[in-house]
Write a protein that binds this ligand. Structure first.
Ligand code: ADP
Ligand code: F6P
Length: 320
């Protein structure tokens, strides 16, 4: 293995740059040439590929986003796109690839490996919804960003005795809502993985108000419904002076937390090592502070990301 390449794909996540930095630095340390592919699989097919030096990743450990840019490129699901991509990699003399992204990006990596091109996956998404790892790159930063907003919203909610629906990202997963709801002391957490009863939420708000509680914070995962829709349903019961805050893409940006920088560095380092050992079709992950390696195809087919649903019950019993 002489030349390896790295790309970022799907939604960007804080910590991707830390991983790219680790890949370049570890590669150079071991005498490899490292190439960066711009704009994910779209850039691979277009041949938008450049050599990365240790200087290219200088000052990057603290930056959010991805220095390689990202893109969604559905054409890569087709064999023709994958073959074109491999052709481009071969043109540059590249013989191993690291893909940083979510499960869609993993599918691309699995397809490349099946076509004989060794590819390693690094889980990078704020959603924390990838099987084969407890935590994805970007999740920790995103939940701290959300938490900062919840704390601020709580101030104004209390001043005006209001109910706030805070809609957070996560696609179909509830992890962001679950963790920030508990950390932010939300009275209710609404996530796709758990059924909820509007009557129960209404009763909790009423009970809280009777006890003199001045605010209600409901953290809602976007995978359940839109915040405005939820507010409309809630207000049908009573006027709770409800306001909706959709946090949106602010959750994807910002300087990565210490945890995401460490995770990016560890994932990047091991991904290079796997390619050096001649391995492909593997995704790296973290489980109980241990780095783990799984077969990508098996992970996508047979494993499911399981959120820490016990947080939900704990919150119910301590944040009413
Ligand atoms: P994420 O990686 O965050 O899940 P997407 O689902 O948008 O984000 O996937 C990112 C990219 O991965 C897609 O735009 C496409 O280029 C590639 N991809 C997704 N699904 C497949 C697939 N089944 N086969 C090959 N490539 C895929
Ligand atoms: O997967 C990351 C994510 O931010 C999801 O939480 C969200 O549903 C989606 O991407 C938003 O996608 P886009 O940036 O294309 O609007």
């Amino acid at each position: 293995m002489k030349r390896i390449a790295v790309l970022t794909s799907g939604g960007d996540a804080p910590g991707m740059n830390a991983a790219i930095r680790a890949i370049v630095r570890k590669g150079v340390y071991d005498g490899l040439e490292v190439y960066g592919i711009n704009y994910g699989y779209a850039g691979m097919v277009a041949g938008d590929i450049r050599r990365l030096s240790i200087d290219d990743v200088g000052d990057m450990i603290s930056r959010g986003g991805t220095l390689l840019y990202s893109a969604r490129y559905p054409e890569f699901s087709e064999l023709e796109g994958q073959q074109k991509g491999i052709e481009q990699l071969r043109k540059f003399g590249i013989d191993g690839l690291i893909v940083i992204g979510g499960d869609g990006s993993y599918r691309g990596g699995a397809a490349l490996t099946e076509l004989g091109f060794p590819t390693i996956g690094i889980p990078g998404t704020i959603d924390n919804d990838i099987p084969g790892t407890e935590f994805t790159l970007g999740f920790d930063t995103a939940i701290n960003t959300v938490l900062d907003s919840i704390d601020k919203i709580r101030d104004t909610a209390t001043s005006h005795v209001r109910t706030f629906i805070i809609e957070v990202m996560g696609r179909n997963a509830g992890d962001i809502a679950l963790w920030t709801g508990l950390a932010g002391g939300a009275e209710s957490i609404v996530i796709p993985e758990m059924d909820f009863s509007m009557e129960e939420i209404v009763k909790e708000i009423e009970d809280g108000r009777k006890r003199g509680k001045k605010h209600t914070i409901i953290v809602l995962a976007e995978g359940v419904m839109k915040g405005t829709e939820f507010a409309e349903k809630l207000e049908q019961y009573q006027n709770f002076h409800t306001r909706v805050s959709v946090l949106g893409h602010v959750q994807r940006g910002g300087s990565p937390s210490a945890r995401d920088r460490v995770l990016g560095s560890v994932f990047g380092y091991h991904a290079v090592q796997l390619l050096e050992e001649g391995k492909g079709g593997i995704c790296v992950g973290m489980m109980g502070n241990e780095i783990i390696f799984n077969d990508i195809v098996d992970t996508l087919k047979n494993k499911k990301h399981i959120p820490y649903l016990s947080l939900y019950q704990i919150n119910k019993e301590i944040s009413f």
